[in-house]
Design a protein around this ligand. Structure first.
Ligand code: PLP
Length: 486
């Protein structure tokens, strides 16, 4: 090897294509080998166990051989990984991924397009734009809609609310302290974080009360909007959540749209979770009213079964996106921007992955109906799970689900102090996780600790749910007995 080509065998190039194919295949083979032996969603490994193994790795002494590095990786990561495809992974909003999207992931990282400008992506930009148009059409945003792919719902919410802020202030910073965002008390925390990042007042996010089903009360929203008006405050945005993270509840979007319109507020819909309904052959109507939004957050990496990251923010009126436009001589000079589709003009990011390709191949191979049907199966399962829980004297279930989330609390046969029941619920979750048999989530409802199933795996059966409930009840019962005996 001549001196000036030193280490070039590691670069993707016309000379390394055989190695490239072998390496990517070897990676897929390792994942498949490990997945074939997975017996639970996790091994319940403790952080300190893995930390010791990690600390022993000398990062300045490379192994050189991919097989050796993969062997090492198997013990450091794959063996104890958390597997979302396992039917007893019931914890957070993570989905098993569809194979066409994994194909997209392999392609997009090898080509490594960057979607900020046309001259770094070419066809990639047009594919992303088609998918933005497709999503906007499914929402019903009208002919002037636009948007961009983002890293996730957190970024999409920040982006949408930033556009709302610019609309409300017209660029006048003096208004910032008076801006208010109205969102339900169970809206996602990224709304509050966006307010902080945008320099709004500490109390800028008004938590609007919800009803029994954890949906925003329109009358309460109206009351808060009137309170804002009386106090000389500016309702910058009303945020409707279409699928709350904790309950999967969908705010009454048409009433929220009416209220926002009456008070001149931007209407943002956070559909990070519920966006899968856009593809549902049977439940699209649950999102009725979303078409009146000024902006919408969708997380394809939740209910569209896409690998992280795949998310987008959509706007009704493309002109609303212009406050972010900056022309840089080196990147997107003004004289070219008129002719070239540069997505950087609409994004909070500069260098940006071609995540849209995963959704593209998903739609081109499976089609939207198949994706929506997979999500429908999860929603069906939640309904069946609710029936199980509702009939089970060992548990109290909080709300009948609209989407695929079940929130419940174990309760002992004999009355016990609430704090002890709290502890028993938390213990049941931890003991279950440590056993590796299943993973569930926890949350607090009305001050009391609850357990939660988030169902995004169509392969999870009602028998899985019943078995996990038995395990949880067993751990909780044993814990309470031990505490009472002590
Ligand atoms: C998950 C979620 C978010 C945040 O999305 P990320 O992709 O995790 O950044 C925002 N809103 C809701 C309702 C969510 O469920």
């Amino acid at each position: 090897m001549s001196v000036h080509r030193r280490h070039h065998e590691h670069l993707f190039s016309a000379d390394t294509l055989t190695a490239y194919r072998h390496l990517v295949n070897a990676g897929a083979q390792r994942v498949a080998d490990r997945a074939a032996r997975v017996t639970g969603p996790s091994t319940g490994v403790a952080p300190q166990t893995l930390a010791a193994a990690l600390a022993a790795v000398d990062l300045d002494a490379p192994l050189h051989h991919p097989a050796a590095a993969l062997d090492e990786l198997d013990t450091l990561y794959l063996r104890d990984a958390v597997w979302f495809h396992h039917p007893r992974y019931l914890a957070h909003l993570n989905c098993p991924v569809v194979l066409p999207a994994l194909l997209g992931e392999a392609v997009l990282s090898a080509v490594n397009s960057s979607l900020d400008t046309w001259d770094q992506s070419a066809g990639g930009t047009l594919i992303e734009r088609r998918l933005i148009d497709w999503t906007a059409a499914r929402i019903g945003l009208g002919p002037d809609a636009d948007g961009v792919f983002t890293s996730g719902g957190t970024q999409s919410n920040l982006h949408a609310l930033l556009l709302a802020r610019e609309k409300a202030t017209g660029g006048d910073p003096a208004l910032l302290p008076r801006l208010r965002i109205l969102a339900s008390e169970v809206s996602h925390f990224s709304v509050a974080r966006a307010a902080l990042l945008m320099g709004l007042a500490g109390d800028a996010v008004v938590a609007v009360p919800t009803d029994q089903a954890r949906r925003m009360r329109p009358a309460a929203l109206e009351r808060e909007l009137e309170r804002c008006a009386r106090a000389g405050l500016v309702p910058m945005a009303v945020v409707g959540t279409a699928g709350t993270t904790d309950f999967g509840s969908i705010d009454p979007l048409p009433q929220l749209a009416d209220a926002a319109a009456r008070h001149g507020a931007w209407f943002h819909v956070d559909a990070a979770y519920g966006c899968g309904l856009l593809a549902s052959p049977t439940r699209r109507q649950l999102l009725d009213g979303i078409e009146r939004a000024d902006s919408v957050t969708v997380d394809f990496h939740k209910s569209f079964f896409q690998p992280v990251s795949s998310s987008a923010v959509l706007v009704r009126d493309r002109r609303a996106m212009t406050p972010l436009v900056h022309h840089h001589d080196y990147l997107n000079p003004e004289h070219l921007s008129a002719r070239l589709p540069n997505q950087v003009d609409k994004s909070l990011q500069t260098t940006r992955r071609f995540d849209a390709l995963k959704l593209w191949l998903t739609l081109r191979i499976m089609g939207a109906d198949a994706v929506g049907d997979l999500f429908d199966q999860c929603v069906d399962r939640a309904e069946q799970g609710w029936r199980l829980l509702d009939a089970d004297p060992r548990f109290d279930v909080v709300v009948r689900p609209q989407l695929s989330t079940l929130v419940f609390r174990w309760r002992p046969a004999e009355p016990a102090p609430a704090a002890l029941v709290d502890a028993a619920n938390l213990h049941a979750r931890e003991a279950l996780a440590a056993s590796g048999a299943a993973l569930v989530a926890a949350t607090v409802v009305d001050g009391r600790d609850h357990l939660k199933f988030t169902l995004l795996n169509p392969a999870t059966t009602t028998a899985d749910l019943a078995a996990v409930l038995d395990l949880l009840a067993g751990h909780a019962t044993a814990y309470l007995a031990a505490r009472q005996a002590a």
